[in-house]
Ligand binder design. Structure first.
Ligand code: MG
Length: 392
């Protein structure tokens, strides 16, 4: 049995992962569950799956959880401390990181340094310091298996070519990656995006996910992040990642090999498949999703993305090209801008303005910052983005 810890168990990835666990009895032991503040669901999950370790991020939620579980499970501290302890705990083999945003940075580093297999769903740390994390993984013998549907598709397409059974260098093997994007809530909408509401932005056409990522899909920043994540996971240059709008979300990405052959991975848009693949990898096991019906899916279409209408995509491109600490600035400013939009403080079209203003202020170079320096850049960029938001 694989012993799995799920960091972010009450979010959409965590819930789907536990669904996979239930569908495959005898395959997984739930070694640990950590969540932000939904202590009620976390307690239910812990009881149902006999979790050995639990942690609630918010201290008040941790108190409720303790009362609710009444002696069952070992309670780790709240906050990042508990996440780090769970990620590196000796009773854990596979760490599924499905946290939201930069909060997953320290737990990812801890899992890597403990030599774990990381099923990576939390992309932001890989945007902030992806190359550094990959180097660290090589140093500590940790494996990184992507969970996000697009990097998972790429990973699935290149099986047999990755010696370490983990994400790694594909720069010589493939000419380019075809990174597909649904387009998010507004791709088909005409006219200005100035007055779109939070509710409209959170209405994703094909995927059901958390607020932050759904908002990032609406601005297309999620695709910009994924391009950087994929560059880092597979040692690719920015020009080797081609973004394509594919509104049906059936082809989850593909690769063009050096000989011109293109392989793509297709399935219905259901996160349970890439989650399951990361959890059971390298084995292919039973089907837990609906089968793909290509006739019912109808036409599959592909379009070039519009970098002008969706400036976040252009900003991500710029951050990827500049390199160094700039992707960390991009990530931090986006986190602040998206929160400000959800809180009703700024307009949708202000999101890229805040990010751009923050990136302009950063005196970066292409040198790769160390982990501590990345966290300093992150804190600086968040403050700078807050300031930019206040000036609008
Ligand atoms: Mg994705």
């Amino acid at each position: 049995m694989k012993r799995i810890a799920i960091l972010g168990s009450t979010g959409s990835i965590g819930v789907n992962a536990l669904h996979v666990v239930s569908e495959m009895p005898g395959e997984f032991e739930v070694a640990g569950l950590a969540a932000h503040s939904n202590s009620k669901l976390l307690a239910q999950q812990a009881r149902k799956h006999h979790a050995k370790l639990v942690s609630a991020f918010e201290p008040e939620a941790a108190v409720r959880l303790k009362a609710d579980l009444n002696g069952h499970a070992k309670h780790l501290p709240s906050g990042v401390e508990g996440l780090v302890e769970m990620a590196s705990h000796p009773s854990v083999d596979v760490v599924l990181t499905s946290l939201v945003g930069g909060i997953g940075f320290a737990p990812l580093l801890a899992a890597i340094r403990a030599g774990k297999t990381v099923a990576l769903a939390n992309k932001e740390p890989m945007v902030m310091a992806g190359q550094q994390f990959m180097k660290e993984a090589a140093k500590f013998g940790a494996r990184i298996i992507p969970v996000d549907s697009e990097p998972s598709a790429i990973f699935q397409c290149v099986q047999g070519h990755l010696p370490n059974q983990a994400a790694g260098d594909l720069s010589k093997l493939i000419r380019r990656v075809l990174l597909t994007a649904s387009g998010g809530a507004f791709y088909k909408r005409e006219g200005s995006l100035d007055d779109v509401t939070v509710e409209e932005a959170l209405n994703h056409p094909t995927w059901k996910m958390g607020k932050k990522i759904t908002l990032d899909c609406a601005t297309l920043m999620n695709k910009g992040f994924e391009a950087i994540e994929i560059m880092n996971l597979f040692s690719l240059k920015r020009e080797q990642v081609e973004i394509l709008i594919h509104p049906q979300s059936i082809m989850h990405s593909g690769v063009e090999f050096s000989d011109g052959s293109v392989l793509a991975q297709m399935s219905p848009p259901d996160m349970k498949l890439p989650i399951q693949y990361a959890m059971t990898y390298p084995a292919r096991t039973k089907r837990v999703i609906e089968p793909l019906d290509l006739v019912k899916a109808g036409s599959l279409t592909f379009l070039k993305p519009d970098f002008h209408r969706f400036p976040c995509l252009a900003l991500a491109n710029e951050a990827a090209t500049v390199g160094g600490g700039m992707p960390a600035v991009l990530n931090a400013a986006d986190e602040v801008a998206v929160s400000a939009f959800i809180a009703g403080r700024i307009k949708f079209t202000d999101i890229p303005k805040i990010i751009e203003a923050t990136m302009k202020k950063h005196n970066g170079n292409a040198d790769l910052p160390g982990f501590d320096e990345v966290l300093e850049i992150d804190a600086w960029a968040k403050a700078a983005a807050e300031e930019a938001a206040g000036k609008l």
